[in-house]
Design a protein around this ligand. Structure first.
Ligand SMILES: Cc1ncc(COP(=O)(O)O)c(C=O)c1O
Length: 405
C-alpha cells in the first residue's frame, strides 16, 4: 500500500465524510440571529470561530512591501526574540535558558513543525536494523501517525485513556520498544481529551527521552487555552532539570492563542542540533514564514489582551457544558483545549444520529484512535465536540445534543 493510502486511513475527516455525507442533515432547530435557519452546526473541526485581533491585518499591511522577498530561513531576529521573551514570561524560565538564535525556528504552524520533525528524526537506515518507531498517544491528532508513516517509521499508539489519566505512559513501555524509538509525540493540553501533564510528568518524560536517546516532540499548541491554572510546559520541566534542551522539541502556534489558524504562524523551540535539522527539512520541503506574517506574529506574541478574552470565552463555553451536561457522558471540565470528549457508548452511532436528527456534526472518537493489541479502539465509545462558537450557539447546540442522545 502506498504511504499516502496508509496515511489516509488515519485522516479522521475523510472517514467522517464517508459516514455522514450520504445522509441529509436534520434540522438543528436553533433560532439565533445570523444563523441560517436549519443550517447544520459544525462541531467536528477545531477551528476557532472568533475573529482574530484587528492588529494582525494592520501589521501585515504595514509590512506589505516585503511580500516580494522570500521568507527568511529561521524567522527575523525580532520574531525570534519576541518568542523567547514570551516563553520567559509564560513559563518563568531562568534568564539564558533560551537562545533565540539557535533554539527557535519560525514555522507556519505546529502541524508543519510536527510533520517535519518526524522526517528530521529518521536515522540513516541500517539495512537490517529494527524499524524506527515513533510513539504517540492513542487517541491523538492525526498528523502524528501521518508524519511517522511519511517518514518511513512505525507509528506506535500508546493508550491515553481514563485509566492513564488521558495521557500516554511511555515509561511503562517495554525496553525493546523504547530502544527502537526515535521520536515520541506528546500533546499537552491534549487533543482530544483536554488533559494537561504536570511538571513532574514532563520531567519524567524528558529523562526517559535522554535515557533512550529519542526526540521528545511536545505539542503545546493549546497551551494558552485553559480552564484553571496555566498548564505546565516542557521547557519549564527542562529548566527544572538543569536547563539543557537536549532531546527536546516543543511546538507553539498562534492558531488557537490568537484565533488565527489561517495566518500560519508559530515556532519550534528546542536543542540547537534538533532545530538545525528541522530547519533543513523546512527549507527543503516547506515554506518558511513570510516577513509580513512574522511582523504580525511578533505583535500577537507580545499582546495578551486578546488572549485573555479568548480564554474567557472558552471558559464560558465549558461552564455552559457543565451546566447542560452535568456529569452525563463522563463529562469533566478539561484542563485545556476546546474539546469535549464524551463517552456516549458508541461514538460512530451517536455521530450519525446527531447528524441525521439534529444537523450536529461531531467526530467519532474512534476516528482519532487505533485498535490496541486487544482489538479494542480506545476512542470507540466517544465523540469529540469542538466548542468553538459563541456562548448562545454553544448552549443551543449542547441542549440539542443532550435531547437527541
Ligand atoms: C493537537 C494539535 N496539534 C497541532 C495542530 C495544528 O495546529 P496549527 O498547525 O494551526 O498550529 C492542531 C490543530 O487542530 C491540533 O489539534
Amino acid at each position: 500500500m502506498s504511504a499516502a493510502r496508509s496515511i489516509l486511513k488515519y485522516y479522521p475527516f475523510g472517514r467522517l465524510s464517508q459516514l455522514l455525507d450520504g445522509h441529509a442533515p436534520g434540522d438543528p432547530k436553533i433560532d439565533l440571529p445570523g444563523l441560517a435557519k436549519g443550517a447544520p452546526v459544525l462541531l467536528s473541526i477545531g477551528e476557532p470561530q472568533d475573529a482574530p485581533p484587528p492588529f494582525i491585518a494592520e501589521e501585515m499591511a504595514k509590512a506589505a512591501a516585503s511580500w516580494s522577498r522570500y521568507p527568511p530561513a529561521r524567522g527575523t531576529p525580532e520574531y525570534l526574540e519576541t518568542c523567547a521573551a514570551w516563553l520567559n514570561r509564560r513559563y518563568g524560565l531562568p534568564p539564558g535558558t533560551i537562545d533565540p538564535k539557535t533554539m527557535i525556528l519560525a514555522i507556519p504552524g505546529s502541524r508543519e513543525g510536527l510533520f517535519f520533525a518526524a522526517l528530521a528524526a529518521m536515522p540513516e537506515r541500517a539495512a537490517n536494523g529494527p524499524a524506527p518507531a515513533m510513539l504517540m498517544p492513542n487517541p491523538c491528532y492525526h498528523v502524528y501517525p501521518g508524519a511517522a508513516l511519511a517518514a518511513g517509521a512505525e507509528p506506535v499508539p500508546v493508550p491515553a485513556t481514563r485509566d492513564s489519566g488521558h495521557l500516554p505512559d511511555y515509561a511503562a513501555l517495554p525496553e525493546a520498544e523504547l530502544a527502537r524509538c526515535v521520536l515520541a509525540y506528546y500533546c499537552t493540553p491534549a487533543n482530544p481529551q483536554g488533559a494537561a501533564a504536570s511538571g513532574a510528568e514532563l520531567q519524567k518524560l524528558i529523562v526517559l527521552a535522554r535515557r533512550h536517546d529519542f526526540i521528545l516532540a511536545v505539542d503545546e499548541c493549546y497551551a494558552e487555552i485553559y480552564t484553571g491554572d496555566p498548564p505546565a510546559g516542557a521547557l519549564q520541566a527542562a529548566a527544572a532539570l538543569g536547563g539543557s534542551l537536549d532531546n527536546l522539541l516543543v511546538f507553539h502556534s498562534l492558531s488557537k492563542r490568537s484565533s488565527a489558524p489561517g495566518l500560519r504562524c508559530g515556532f519550534a523551540v528546542g536543542a540547537p542540533n534538533l532545530i538545525a535539522a528541522l530547519e533543513v527539512m523546512l527549507r527543503t520541503g516547506g515554506a518558511g514564514v513570510p516577513f509580513p506574517t512574522l511582523a504580525a506574529g511578533a505583535r500577537a506574541w507580545r499582546e495578551e489582551d486578546h488572549v485573555l478574552a479568548n480564554r474567557a470565552r472558552y471558559r464560558e463555553n465549558f461552564e455552559i457544558a457543565e451546566r447542560v451536561l452535568g456529569n452525563r457522558y463522563g463529562f469533566r471540565k478539561p484542563d485545556g483545549g476546546f474539546f469535549l470528549w464524551l463517552d456516549v457508548g458508541d461514538g460512530e452511532a451517536a455521530a450519525l444520529t446527531l447528524w441525521r436528527e439534529a444537523g450536529l456534526r461531531v467526530l467519532p472518537g474512534a476516528y482519532m484512535a487505533r485498535p490496541g493489541p486487544d482489538g479494542v479502539n480506545p476512542g470507540e465509545a466517544y465523540i469529540r465536540v469542538a466548542l468553538v462558537y459563541g456562548p448562545e450557539l454553544t448552549e443551543a447546540a449542547l441542549n440539542r445534543l443532550s435531547e437527541v442522545l
